[in-house]
Design a protein around this ligand. Structure first.
Ligand code: NAD
Ligand code: UD1
Length: 337
């Protein structure tokens, strides 16, 4: 059945890939984005990929009037809420901006949805809600631990949504805790495009492979992991996008809320990522071992069985495909610069 889905932040990295997956699954999509962290070319790129017109509302998720008009104009069946600020370091320096966009924006959106009688929502959460977890792989039952204002906003958001569902059973919310999204769409028309020097590993490695940065700093090799470097559960952004389609379809067909990790259940170390990127590009990727990054987590790996049971979600693409698609995307960008 075709549904009409609103994607807040739909021009961003994960939102744009989810747009493609939703259109492929036969749904109509409306994007709301203020382009605070997205390229203006994304909507036309989405049209190139899907062959369908993009319905875009340019605006801010904190703006109640924009939302009221949007819900009056388009009959929305469900929302995926991506729009947020997401840089951990920046959140330490500018916590108020994070409270405003991530918590204020969510609150304004929920009010507008409730007024419009649209009460199905998928929420972008993060493994960061677990802080430094006691167990790896980490199950959804692990306790919340805020390590920084960004993580706090995801915990607060999840808690708000829990209270809302408790108050009104008409609300059904899918909370998706992403592990480490990586890679790009196979067409190389959309991907992650960090404006400054990237904080995250794979975009940084990509810039070293391109020759734009001299070497990767490996943040510590004295962790209690096989090679001493940090381990993460990298998930291909196209797999992640598919997880949203399954979550939405579950909410629309059953009205049952869920909280699930989206990861592969398998971890890779920093050195394994560098080696995989080297294989994918056939380029030398110099690195040096440096001090640990303050606040870093030794191992983040998802317990991935609940996503299988509840959503029937299984990842299909591995680290090599993440590296190859990332490279196709960034080398195309560099070619056009
Ligand atoms: P992104 O920055 O690429 O996408 C966010 C989008 O929201 C951008 O297009 C931006 O322009 C838009 N936006 C920001 N503020 C807005 C506002 N006030 N009104 C309207 N639009 C606004 O980030 P992403 O990586 O695609 O992340 C999407 C969501 O997933 C975020 O909620 C993020 O916290 C969460 N998440 C991301 C990761 C990751 O590693 N990328 C991991 C876990 C969770
Ligand atoms: C970071 C965020 C987390 C967010 C996630 C996905 C922090 C502390 N945490 O997590 O909240 O959910 O991104 O967006 O920023 N590494 C290097 N050299 C680098 C970059 C990273 O060695 O230049 C290492 C890190 O120490 C880590 C691994 O690579 O072991 C992955 O790092 P990163 O991509 O930043 O992701 P997270 O640390 O998982």
């Amino acid at each position: 059945m075709t549904s009409r889905i609103l994607l807040t932040g739909g021009a961003g990295y994960i939102g744009s890939h989810t747009h493609v997956a939703l259109v492929a699954a036969g749904h109509d999509v409306v994007i709301l984005d203020n382009f605070a962290n997205a390229q203006r070319t994304v909507p036309e790129r989405l049209e190139q990929i899907t062959g369908k017109r993009v319905t875009l509302v340019e605006g801010d998720v904190r703006d109640a009037d924009t939302l009221a008009k949007l819900f009056a104009r388009h009959e929305i069946d469900a929302v995926v809420h991506f729009a947020a600020l997401k840089a951990v370091g920046e959140s330490m320096a500018r916590p108020l901006a994070y409270f405003d966009v991530n918590i204020g924006g969510l609150s304004t959106l929920l009010r507008a949805m409730d007024n419009a009688g649209c009460r199905r929502l998928v929420f972008s959460s993060s493994a960061t809600v677990y802080g430094i977890p006691d167990e790896a792989p980490t199950p959804e039952t692990a306790p919340f631990r805020a390590m920084n204002p960004y993580g706090q906003t995801k915990i607060t958001g999840e808690q708000m949504l829990g209270w809302l569902q408790a108050a009104n059973p008409e609300w059904a919310v899918g909370i998706l805790r992403y592990f480490n999204p990586a890679g790009a769409h196979g067409s190389a028309l959309i991907g992650e495009d960090p404006r400054d020097i990237p904080n995250n590993l794979m975009p940084f490695v990509a810039k070293v492979a391109l020759g734009e940065l001299p070497r990767v700093s490996v943040f510590g090799n004295d962790y209690d992991t096989a090679d001493g470097t940090g381990v993460r559960d990298y998930i291909h952004v196209e797999d992640l996008a598919r997880g949203h389609v399954l979550s939405l379809e579950k909410l629309l067909s059953t009205r049952q809320g869920h909280i699930v990790n989206l990861g592969t259940g398998r971890g890779y170390s920093v050195l394994e990522v560098i080696a995989a990127y080297q294989r994918a590009t056939n380029r030398d990727i110099p690195y040096q071992i440096t001090d640990r990054r303050p606040g870093d987590v030794p191992i983040y790996v998802a317990r991935a069985d609940r996503a299988v049971e509840v959503l029937g979600f299984r990842t299909e693409k591995g680290l090599d495909e993440m590296c190859a698609s990332s490279w196709k995307w960034v080398s195309g960008l560099a070619g056009k610069a």
